[in-house]
Design a protein around this ligand. Structure first.
Ligand SMILES: C[S@@+](CC[C@H](N)C(=O)[O-])C[C@H]1O[C@@H](n2cnc3c(N)ncnc32)[C@H](O)[C@@H]1O
Length: 253
């Protein structure tokens, strides 16, 4: 039954009219303006895209950190992957900000609202073994200059994503984790059963090359992190507790 529902949802997604990002001619002056235009909460001034009935204006204010680290890539031809697209607002924004890049957006949902010659939406639930295997095949021969984890924000998912996707990042480029303290700040996102370290503590351990307790990351995996990460930058965004607003830029050697 689940399979049939997913099949129909996929067809509906393919048929639904989408906003063509390639036809947007507006001149933007900053990444924050682009984020706000499309309504991703990476911006500073957006309506809550997860609750249509809310008039609350929110935003993490992550654009300044993205611009600080990624403006050098602006006119380069490269692949960007974002895990977790929701409606596709951030995929659309990155398509405008990086006019030569191919943007891959991955989500288990079927809500993607945008299209472009440079956007590829990947429908995949990373927790479903078969779907994850298909994804592995699909990206096997691809490398990415930028991979962003803005997915479930569940502790074990963040760690598993880092384990798998960091290997797909090109040398000198970035793996980014949004809201990395969400599992610490929001109980329901902490599925670590005291067997997994929180991400902020993990990032410090990686910086210091100190082994840490984890069922997901064995000693070899941790060695990979120690040997392949050049530097980690962390920042706090604008939203305050109980919401989470932090972002990590992990630069590969
Ligand atoms: C925070 S939202 C993404 C917001 C989007 N990046 C933006 O800036 O507008 C998180 C997304 O992660 C997706 N997600 C959650 N668990 C997932 C999983 N196991 N596999 C794939 N996507 C997942 C959700 O469906 C949701 O759309």
């Amino acid at each position: 039954m689940k399979k049939i529902t997913r099949f129909y949802k996929k067809i509906t997604l393919n048929l639904k009219p989408k906003i063509n990002v390639d036809k947007i001619t507006k001149n933007f002056h900053s990444l924050d303006e682009i984020f706000n235009y499309f309504g991703t909460d990476k911006g500073t001034n957006v309506k809550n895209q997860y609750d249509k009935n809310s008039d609350l204006v929110i935003g993490h204010g992550f654009a300044k950190f993205y611009e600080k680290h990624l403006s050098n890539f602006k006119n380069q031809n490269f692949n960007l992957l974002e895990i977790g697209t929701w409606l596709g607002a951030s995929s659309a924004a990155f398509t405008i900000y990086f006019p030569q890049a191919s943007i891959y957006g991955l989500d288990r949902n079927f809500k993607f609202n945008y299209k472009s010659k440079r956007i590829k939406f990947i429908n995949c639930d990373l927790t479903i073994e078969k779907e994850f295997k298909n994804l592995q095949k699909f990206i096997d021969n691809k490398k990415f200059k930028i991979i962003i984890d803005d997915g479930s924000h569940i502790l074990s998912h963040i760690i598993k994503n880092l384990k798998f996707f960091l290997k797909k990042v090109e040398s000198g480029c970035y793996y980014i984790i949004e809201d990395f303290n969400a599992p610490k700040d929001q109980l329901h996102l902490n599925d670590g059963n005291n067997e997994e370290i929180f991400i902020d503590d993990m990032l410090i351990k990686i910086k210091n090359k100190e082994y840490f307790k984890s069922k997901i990351l064995g000693q070899k995996d941790q060695d990979y992190l120690f040997d392949n990460i050049e530097v980690i930058y962390t920042y706090e965004g604008k939203l305050k507790k109980p919401l989470s607003s932090n972002i990590a830029f992990i630069k590969k050697k």
